[in-house]
Design a protein around this ligand. Structure first.
Ligand SMILES: NC(=O)c1ccc[n+]([C@@H]2O[C@H](COP(=O)([O-])OP(=O)(O)OC[C@H]3O[C@@H](n4cnc5c(N)ncnc54)[C@H](O)[C@@H]3O)[C@@H](O)[C@H]2O)c1
Length: 445
């Protein structure tokens, strides 16, 4: 990080755990004037003595250097410095509550204190940017934190203060290195650009910057860690399977990891249709049967089929919420994926069955299906679903009240009537593909 403005920022950091200390020391090392505060006198004393209760490579030294240089200073009270601050980073704890939700009470308390100070800040003072670095549960900023701040300060955001989220993705043990070289920087804002890219504190960082809404910034932090947990559980289930089969788990893992095309990549990681086809369902079942034969429990992998079924049910509900039976609906793409004609194990077959059971009429077209195969395929369709050849597509489409997209032939996409609702199995939940523009992601400045 390097200061982007002509004058260094005056910043304060509230809460001196790993996240707060790394934030404070890094801002100070970048040349900003930083005050570090904690409500526990013991923590302030530990930082002053250079004796943290945990080891974090490089942090002791960076704290010592910045404290000695005077760019970092410890304070017990926010009030005397609050009037002169540009930025206040809040890094207090959000532990797991008894109900498995993140407990935001420490954050609420900190923001109530900040709100009271804000209420006394002269209206002519430069706006204060409040940055939440703590992990915040999805929705809490909009429903609890910002309203609490508005109540305590008597001011609306934009009137002397702005609130942004900047979740931290550091790992204990490599906190400083992770903070210095993030894979991406996420900034959650009330409206795009409201925080001035956190006043430019990340200017010069090599990582891409994503300016998103509060809820997206809150959620991505949990999603990342949930995925990491899932990876560990998956790797261990495969490790147990390897043991059961008399294989070396580490060797099998290396083989798995050697595939950077489908295994370690973005492949299969975008929400859309359930998985299907002639291979994935069959081979997953075969793997689970192999595990059972080895008397092994693999609950993560066993849950995959149920999750896939639930996803299909979710899609049916989405369609029903948009257009009631009998539709008619138009399904574009019957094969199990784009570019193929193979309908074996296609999730669209099950989707058709469930929609037909709800009395929908469904017109079906697949651009890759050869006319000579169509008859056999049509015999496998439920009553209520009709397969069309290329010549009859226009007429079928004209009467449809909703389109389910499982393939995207550009010529047909262009001819989709404007305003016709679309359920896109290839990119779930994104806006209408007719109006889709690239997501706003700006790279590092
Ligand atoms: N530790 C990690 O590896 C890590 C990584 C990424 C994100 N996070 C998240 O960041 C947040 C902070 O994590 P941490 O591990 O640094 O926390 P921590 O519990 O180690 O430290 C929080 C500090 O905040 C202080 N504090 C609480 N309320 C305060 C107030 N009103 N004023 C001043 N100080 C106050 C506490 O005394 C404590 O020292 C959490 O939400 C955590 O989930 C942690």
């Amino acid at each position: 990080m390097s200061p982007s403005r002509t004058r260094p920022l005056r910043a304060a950091v509230l809460g001196l755990g790993r996240v707060g200390l790394v934030t404070a020391a890094s801002l100070a090392a970048a040349g900003h004037r930083v005050f570090a505060l904690d409500r526990r006198a013991e923590r302030l004393a530990q930082v002053a003595r250079g004796r943290l209760p945990w080891r974090e490579p490089g942090l002791d030294e960076l704290l010592r250097t910045t404290l000695d240089a005077g760019t970092l200073a410890l304070r017990a009270d926010l009030e005397p410095i609050s009037a002169e601050l540009d930025l206040l980073a809040i890094c207090v704890e959000t532990p797991l509550g008894a109900d498995d939700r993140l407990d935001v009470r420490p954050l609420c308390a900190a923001l109530a204190e900040v709100g009271r100070l804000l209420s006394r800040r002269p209206r002519t003072a430069a706006p204060l940017l409040l940055v939440l670095r703590s992990t915040v549960p999805p929705g809490a900023t909009e429903t609890r934190l910002l309203p609490g701040l508005v109540e305590a300060s008597g001011r609306a955001p934009g009137e002397g203060f702005e609130l942004a989220l900047n979740p931290e993705f550091l790992r204990e043990g490599s906190a400083l290195a992770d903070h210095r070289a993030p894979a991406r920087i996420v900034i959650g804002e009330r409206r795009p650009g409201a925080s001035g890219r956190l006043l430019g504190i990340y200017e010069g960082a090599a990582a891409p910057v994503f300016e998103v809404g509060y809820r997206e910034a809150e959620t991505i932090k949990l999603v990342d860690n949930a995925f990491h947990a899932l990876k560990v559980a998956f790797a261990n289930e495969i490790g147990r399977l390897a043991f059961g089969l008399g294989l070396l788990p580490a060797r099998l893992a290396e083989l798995f990891l050697a595939d950077g095309k489908l295994n370690l990549s973005a492949a299969y990681l975008r929400p859309g249709a359930p998985y299907g086809g002639p291979c994935l369902p069959k081979d997953l079942r075969a793997l689970l049967a192999t595990a059972r034969a080895c008397a092994l429990e693999l609950p993560v992998l066993r849950a995959v089929e149920a999750s896939n079924r639930l996803h299909l049910a979710f899609l049916v509900e989405r369609i029903a919420a948009l257009v009631p039976p009998p539709g008619p609906l138009f399904l574009l793409g019957l094969a199990f994926k784009e570019g193929v004609e193979d309908v074996r194990g296609s999730p669209q077959l099950e989707l058709l069955a469930q929609l037909a059971a709800r009395d929908y009429a469904i017109e079906v077209f697949d651009p890759d299906l050869e006319p000579e195969d169509a008859l056999a395929v049509e015999r496998g369709l439920p009553a209520g679903a009709r397969l069309h050849g290329r010549g009859a597509v226009e007429a079928a489409l004209a009467g449809a009240r909703l389109v389910i997209l499982a393939k995207r032939p550009p010529d047909l996409l262009r001819r989709l009537p404007p305003g016709l609702p679309i359920v896109d199995l290839l990119r779930l939940d994104l806006p209408d593909p007719r109006e889709r523009s690239p997501r706003t992601t700006r790279g590092a400045a």
